[in-house]
Design a protein around this ligand. Structure first.
Ligand code: ZN
Length: 95
């Protein structure tokens, strides 16, 4: 599951904030399905590893947005997000 922080106006974030950055409302944490849709992606060729990787912008079903590293093997726009080493990754959804 994916921790999502949502205010009363349904602004949603994957990163915890003291109050909603959009409306200053209180945020409640809930556990969401980690399904997300990639709305943009690009190939990062210059990086410390020297090995190109894909970087994407994903939106969860709650409307939360995040950058993510796209794992090898992801073919479509529907992905599953998971956190590793301090950043989000996207993998092909299970099932
Ligand atoms: Zn809000």
């Amino acid at each position: 599951m994916l921790n999502t922080y949502v205010c009363e106006l349904a602004h949603a974030f994957l990163v915890e904030h003291d109050v909603c950055p959009e409306c200053n409302g209180a945020l409640a944490r809930r556990a969401d399905e980690p399904r997300a849709t990639l709305v943009a992606h690009t190939v990062v060729r210059v990086n410390p590893s020297g090995r190109p990787f894909r970087l994407g912008l994903a939106i969860t079903n709650s409307g939360a947005r995040t950058l993510c590293i796209i794992d090898d093997g992801v073919r479509g726009e529907e992905v599953e997000l998971y956190a590793r080493e301090g950043c989000f990754h996207a993998r092909e959804p299970a099932g």
